[in-house]
Ligand binder design. Structure first.
Ligand code: IPM
Ligand code: MG
Length: 374
């Protein structure tokens, strides 16, 4: 297979984890006889500095022509001024919107070796295996009006939370279809006791559920969901929720897995690539971590596992995806861990170990792939 993968390294540790992932993808391509054309384009703070735009047009165009997009992270203290007209995060929101990737899948499954790195008791999280399905292109992140202005001698601001029936319907279907491939349980999270958007959300999800009588549906209010994620995390299978609730709860859920550094995500929509599959956007859920940027100690696993999701969903390479996921699992089992996981390996050592685990019997091609990141 020949595939074009546009890479958006972004800011902070983004470039480090994307570079690591590119060498892993090259090793996968080598082993399975594929060609992945990978090209970097600017997004975020670095794009503001160089091109006065958090998402330059040529970056957007490249993404729209790609088979899949791999993103590192955006943002950093130098672009954090709340009064700045251009912000790195605008680039991220715009690429999500333009690619129409309304469903953000965030799986959480702690690795047995890393149970102790979670602040929760190991027996609480041992059986956790859940996927958040976060709505990604609507809600309060995008609703209009959204602005700040002066009135009666003081500053005011407004954000607007909006949802349409069809926006809720399509993500509900996706959640139920995913549940059918798993333990057949969907938890829908809202704030229907207060918000009108949530009452619409609950009504539409309940309607969609009728088409999936074999799947159990549970409704939770978002505040209670925050509590149950700690109290009974292994009771969840698929959790579906609106954009901002999903943003908040997935950071909470990442603690079930010990470190945010291990968590991948896949964002999917209706646009298809030239293989007739969704042109997804793949990114780790962690941020740009400016405090450790440039030190070579970033955990590349979240991005590498995002690449595995890309192989599966955008390229249809299931065997390759599983091989890569197994290589990561084995590396973690061997105790080759970056500092955020309690180890002392650097990005390079961890990436090299993953590449070595990819090849049970080493071939010259593998050695060469491993060389490129040494
Ligand atoms: C995430 C991030 C982003 C979001 C930020 C960087 C805009 O927190 O992907 O979870 O809020 O969606
Ligand atoms: Mg977030």
């Amino acid at each position: 297979m020949k595939a074009t993968i546009v890479c958006l390294p972004g800011d902070g540790i983004g470039p480090e984890v994307v570079r690591a992932t590119q060498s892993v993808l090259e090793a996968v391509a080598d082993a399975f006889g594929h060609t992945f054309e990978m090209e970097d384009y600017p997004i975020g703070g670095i794009a503001i500095d160089q091109f006065q735009s958090p998402l330059p047009d040529f970056t957007l165009q490249a993404c729209q022509n790609a088979d899949a997009v791999l993103l590192g992270a955006v943002g950093g203290p130098q672009w954090d001024d709340p009064d700045a007209p251009l912000r790195p995060e605008q680039g991220l929101l715009k690429i999500r919107k333009e690619l129409g990737v309304y469903a953000n899948l965030r799986p959480v499954k702690p690795h047995p070796r890393l149970l102790h790195t979670s602040p929760l008791k190991p027996e609480k999280i041992a059986n956790v295996d859940l996927i958040f399905v976060r709505e990604l292109t609507s809600g309060v992140y995008f609703g209009q009006p959204k602005r700040r202005w002066m009135e009666a001698g003081e500053e005011r601001a407004v954000d607007t939370m909006t949802y349409t029936e069809s926006e809720v319907r399509r993500i509900a279907h996706l959640a139920f279809q995913l549940a059918r491939q798993r333990r057949r349980k969907v938890t829908s999270i809202d704030k229907a006791n207060v918000l009108e958007t949530s009452r619409l959300w609950r009504k539409v999800v309940t309607e969609v559920a009728r088409e999936y009588p074999d799947v159990t549906l549970e409704h939770l209010l978002v505040d209670a969901a925050a509590m149950y994620l700690i109290q009974r995390p292994s009771s969840f299978d698929i959790l579906v929720t609106e954009n901002m609730f999903g943003d908040i709860l997935t950071d909470e859920a990442s603690m079930l897995a010990g470190s945010m550094g291990n968590m991948p995500s896949a964002s999917l929509g209706e646009q298809q690539n030239r293989h007739g599959r969704p042109r997804g956007l793949y990114e780790p859920i962690h941020g740009s971590a400016p405090d450790i940027a440039g030190k070579g100690m970033a955990n590349p696993v979240g991005t590498i596992l995002s690449a595995a999701l890309m192989l599966r969903h955008s390229l249809g390479l299931e065997e390759e995806a599983q091989t890569l996921e197994r290589a990561v699992e084995e590396t973690l089992s061997l105790g080759i861990l970056t500092p955020d996981l309690g180890g002392s390996a650097n990005t390079e050592a961890m990436t090299r170990a993953i590449i070595e685990q990819l090849a049970p019997s080493r071939s010259p091609a593998w050695d060469q792939a491993a060389q490129t990141i040494r």
